[in-house]
Ligand binder design. Structure first.
Ligand SMILES: Nc1ncnc2c1ncn2[C@@H]1O[C@H](COP(=O)(O)OP(=O)(O)OP(=O)(O)O)[C@@H](O)[C@H]1O
Ligand SMILES: CC(C)(CO)[C@@H](O)C(=O)NCCC(=O)O
Length: 500
């Protein structure tokens, strides 16, 4: 564990945003900033610094917190596709608790921690388990469990059959499903959902997990890491002035008056870039995963790729706003892949994509130009039009399921990368952190995002990834356990007195 992360949570080591005088900001950027400022109010949610500080303590367990809610401690994120459940298993159970621990509680702990599969679709991600974490002064283990949101009904039946409903009357939940299924929880198991905003929970979870796990944050280093990074120092190369018919009269006029008006940014070694087609497995397999020290994280862009995609600007633990989003996310990938290839699971779709070739599906720049469109820095291997070859019956007849799956991953990933890059440059942010379960078992997308961020920003942007991909919302929710709202279910005596 690293203490400086705790300071980060307190914003003590948080880097301040660069103070750029307004008159040095180009007009378009200034306008974007004004728009985003106008958006801040509805999107900005205050998070308690004390909470973050409390949970990030690296000190030995504090004396038992008498205000702490009774076990079991859960956080739940009921998303559009997957439900994530994080369960805290205390390491030391004190005498008082042992005496009080009911058979039901013991059974729940045994059931959750001894299995890695629950029914047909529930899974525990054992490789993500975090031992020796501290929550509310208690040491213990975090267990990470997921199941399809379409199975919430089955989960409620299970909760009932395991007697959980007799023990807990409030579950801390986030995600759209915390609203959508609220009545079902009450009707089926008489459990109340204490709801937390999904983006508040997401950020709290990211900061906490990163604080507890030194290996959490990483990036994919390209084979020629130094060369890629040197792009940022490249000066622009002039090319002859733009011909053709630009749409805006001003562009036409200025361009007409100035032969040097139009230029592009050439990478230092264009040939090197061309010899590594960015989408081929041969090029991507050379990327190496490396740890990244995220101890001074602010500001950063957080791109959560779930069913849909949310893009957040995070300036401090209690200062963020949602700057953008797109409906073309992980749900789109899976939906399109099922339609196009007949596959029936995310894992199958990703495995298919790994062995496919998107260049039989997409129209590349070289398919249009016969080579590079060098004037604007567009290499021949770049996708010019996603799925652009599929208007030909002849090509459709030849294409494989794997090729279609790969083209779908590449399409969705590049679009997200493009939005993320635009947001980062508009907001003047260098670090772009990608999370969400779309990245689960999906190194292809992570490497494509790494390539895209670095290439199109000439090394200025860094794509970062997090080990616990889609679980941060559930963790953030768990951190908000609050004894005022979270009581053991009490059996009512006939005389109306509560009895445990
Ligand atoms: N086992 C799986 N089953 C279904 N989808 C999976 C699975 N593993 C990874 N995914 C991918 O993860 C995406 C869901 O990610 P995540 O759990 O982060 O979002 P969500 O919370 O369900 O969605 P949202 O936040 O938009 O409500 C799916 O759309 C799919 O692309
Ligand atoms: C609606 C949410 C926030 C639910 O998690 C997510 O799926 C999302 O951000 N979708 C993209 C919506 C948009 O901005 O177009």
């Amino acid at each position: 564990m690293r203490l400086h992360r705790c300071e980060g949570c307190l914003a003590a080591c948080g880097r301040q945003r660069r103070a750029t005088p307004l008159n040095t900001i180009p007009r378009a950027i200034a306008r974007t900033k004004l728009i985003s400022k106008a958006r801040v109010a509805p999107y900005t949610q205050k998070m308690s610094k004390e909470n973050c500080a409390k949970t990030c303590e690296d000190a030995p367990p504090t004396p038992p917190d008498n205000d702490a809610p009774p076990m079991p401690w859960f956080g739940m994120d009921i998303g559009g596709t997957l439900t994530k459940l994080v369960y805290f298993e205390p390491r030391e159970t004190n005498r008082r608790e042992l005496d009080k621990e009911t058979e039901v509680l013991k059974n729940i702990r045994r059931y959750l921690t001894r299995n890695s599969a629950y029914g047909k679709t529930g899974r525990r991600d054992v490789h993500l388990q975090m031992d020796n974490v501290t929550i509310r002064g208690r040491r213990g283990t975090l267990h990470f469990i997921r199941f399809p949101t379409s199975e919430v009904g089955a989960f409620l039946q299970l909760a009932r059959s395991k007697g959980m409903a007799d023990l807990v009357n409030t579950i801390y939940a986030t995600g759209g499903g915390a609203y959508k299924f609220e009545e079902d929880f009450i009707k089926e198991v008489n459990m109340r959902l204490s709801k937390m905003d999904e983006l508040d929970a997401l950020i709290a979870g990211v900061l906490y997990v990163d604080c507890m796990n030194a290996q959490e944050c990483y990036y994919w280093a390209p084979p020629d890491e130094c060369a890629v990074h040197s792009h940022r120092y490249t000066t622009h190369a002039s090319v002859p002035r733009l011909g053709g018919a630009p749409l805006i009269a001003g562009v036409l006029y200025v361009d007409c008056m100035n032969a040097q008006e139009c230029y592009y940014w050439a990478p230092p070694d264009e040939c090197a870039v061309h010899s590594h087609p960015p989408y081929s497995e041969a090029a991507l397999s050379q990327y190496v995963r490396k740890p990244f020290d995220f101890s001074s994280p602010y500001p950063f862009l957080l791109v959560n790729i779930g069913s849909g995609v949310s893009v957040l600007v995070v300036n401090a633990p209690d200062d963020y706003y949602r700057v953008s989003g797109t409906s073309l996310g992980g749900g789109t990938f899976l939906g399109l892949c099922c339609l196009l290839t007949g596959c029936s699971s995310f894992e199958e779709a990703i495995a298919l994509a790994a062995s496919g070739d998107n260049t039989t599906v997409d129209k590349l720049v070289r398919d249009i130009y016969g080579g590079d469109y060098a004037r604007f820095g567009l290499p021949g291997d770049l996708v010019a039009s996603s799925f652009g070859q599929m208007c030909s019956a002849e090509r459709r007849a030849k294409v494989s399921r794997a090729d279609l799956a790969r083209a779908t991953v590449v399409t969705i990933t590049n679009n997200i990368g493009s939005i993320a890059r635009l947001c980062a440059s508009n907001e003047n942010i260098e670090r772009v952190v990608f999370c969400g379960n779309f990245l689960r078992v999906n190194p292809l997308s992570m490497k494509l995002l790494s390539y895209a961020m670095s290439y199109w920003s000439r090394g200025a942007l860094k794509a970062l990834f997090l080990e616990h991909e889609g679980y941060f919302g559930a963790v953030g929710c768990l951190l908000h356990l609050d004894s005022n709202n979270h009581n053991h279910r009490r059996k009512q005596n006939p005389d109306g007195n509560a009895d445990r």
